[in-house]
Write a protein that binds this ligand. Structure first.
Ligand code: ADP
Length: 462
């Protein structure tokens, strides 16, 4: 099959979150299954042309290669992409995001014709790429080039929909008739994700549980009606993890490599993390790690409520991430109060993330909702026991045999679970068994890639 993967961020070129991990790893897994895959993404300022060996194809198109032979095409337009921040900066979202990503979608479709890549499947991810199925059906409907092309939209987080004022609609180059309830209209605004959901052949999300959850009022962010209407075309496939990148046996960022058979190196990684974070270097203190956006979705409301109690539990806590100013301030206060207990790293730092996954004992991920979540999968691989709220992909991947899970979303339940985890950590015999079990869990891409191939076949049958 000829497959085009379209995403606004792709590892290793640009990343702000899990979308990039998935858009980077899925094509590699598909290529291993013998598929012909290309990727199309915007060329941001942050993409280093030397590091990635970018070559020029056209005035506004450069390319690189990933995997064995997957071409990654970069759409260039200085006024839209040659600036700091993929989607925004410290002042908030970029004001012209509709123009930027509508351009990316249109140019992708014209590029495929120019390079004569006639796809069986265009697999688009999240709202930034969601106009592609819309343009395909609304503008390219009679184009013989796209006669046999089908589309899949993967939703990585339905909380991010690409909402814009209706005054911007003419910029999309679409007929006003599409600004209706079965098109892009949503409470008198433009909803780009909704457009993608209406026009793609298949809608998919990143875990079976989240696929069910988003069809309810509680998790659907207003789009549950569309999903219900299209429920026969809605699926959930768990993300895999790229074990070439996330592998404690070969990881170049950590002080000492280790494996399930020889786990001792992990103690060295803990020591290094403690000293790097200026915390007392002590093996017996349970070290809790967090690598996350500092947002309510990620459980920072109950974490903020319980942080004082957590800091008094005889544990250490390392937090890496950026997000809502409110949580930056709360955590900064805690660092002042408990400098020997909590280390706060307010930044995006991939090497440090690796060190935290490797050096922590427990990985905290009490997300209020979580489409799939990669943090818990990474931490399992590194023998760092995840402690999660039972929701979405967390419920599909963590259970009492490989981690700690609580099923009532409250500060008290979170604290109770942390106390339980600390008690198990201290009961020496049990902990290494749990670590070994966690490290043996397998969430590789192979199984998920095959499920995607089944889904592509379903899309082609539409
Ligand atoms: P999200 O909802 O943010 O996409 P996921 O758990 O699906 O959450 O994926 C987050 C990804 O981003 C993981 O690979 C995680 O390690 C990484 N990540 C998140 N915050 C940071 C950070 N501050 N520095 C480095 N990596 C980060």
């Amino acid at each position: 099959m000829k497959i085009v993967v379209c995403a606004s961020e792709v590892v290793p070129f640009a990343k702000t979150g899990g979308l990039a991990d998935v858009a980077g790893a899925l094509p590699l897994a598909l290529e291993k299954e013998g598929q012909e895959v290309i990727i199309v993404m915007p060329r941001y300022k942050a993409i280093d042309p030397v590091k990635f060996g970018l070559k020029r194809l056209k005035d506004d198109i450069s390319y690189s290669v990933t995997g064995k032979n997957i071409k990654v095409y970069f759409i260039e337009k200085d006024e839209y992409f040659n600036r700091d921040g993929l989607y925004g900066d410290k002042n908030g979202d970029h004001k012209d995001n509709l123009d930027r990503f509508a351009y990316y979608c249109r140019r992708t479709l014209s590029l495929l014709k120019e390079i004569n890549f006639k796809p069986d499947i265009i697999h688009v991810h999240d709202w930034q790429a969601a106009l592609i199925p819309v343009y395909l059906k609304a503008i390219c409907a009679n184009d013989p080039f796209y006669k046999n092309t089908h589309t899949i939209l993967t939703i990585h987080n339905i909380g991010y929909q690409g909402l814009f004022l209706k005054e911007e609609f003419p910029k999309l180059g679409l007929d006003w008739s599409l600004f209706n309830i079965e098109g892009l209209e949503f409470y008198d605004k433009i909803n780009i994700l909704k457009g993608g959901m209406e026009f793609s052949d298949i809608i998919n999300t990143v875990s079976p549980t989240y696929a069910k959850e988003i069809q309810t009022k509680e998790f659907g962010f207003g789009l549950e009606g569309v999903l219900n209407r299209r429920r026969d075309s809605v699926f959930g496939i768990l993300n895999g993890l790229d074990y070439n990148i996330w592998n404690p046996e070969t990881d170049k960022f950590i002080a000492k490599n280790f494996s399930a058979q020889e786990p001792e190196g992990k103690f060295k990684d803990k020591e290094e993390l403690q000293s790097l974070c200026k915390l007392p270097v002590k093996k017996d203190i349970p070290l809790l790690g967090i690598v996350s956006r500092l947002a309510e979705q990620k459980g920072f409301d109950i974490l903020a409520e319980g942080i004082d109690e957590i800091c008094k539990m005889g544990v250490q806590l390392v937090i890496l991430g950026t997000g809502d100013l409110k949580y930056h301030l709360i955590m900064e206060d805690m660092v002042k109060k408990y400098p020997k207990v909590i280390s706060l790293q307010l930044k995006f730092d991939d090497p440090l993330a690796h060190k935290i996954y490797a050096g922590s004992d427990i990985f905290l991920m009490p997300s209020r909702y979580e489409p799939c979540g990669l943090g818990q999968l990474i931490s399992l691989r590194y023998g760092t026991i995840p402690l999660v709220f039972k929701t979405g992909g967390l419920a599909d991947t963590v259970n009492s045999t490989n981690g700690f899970i609580f099923d009532l979303y409250s500060k008290n339940e979170l604290i109770k679970r942390i106390k339980k985890a600390v008690a198990v950590f201290k009961s020496k015999g049990k902990w290494p068994v749990l670590v070994a079990k966690a490290m043996r869990c397998n969430f590789s891409w192979e199984a998920s890639a095959n499920k995607y191939l089944d889904l592509y076949a379903k899309a082609k049958a539409k």
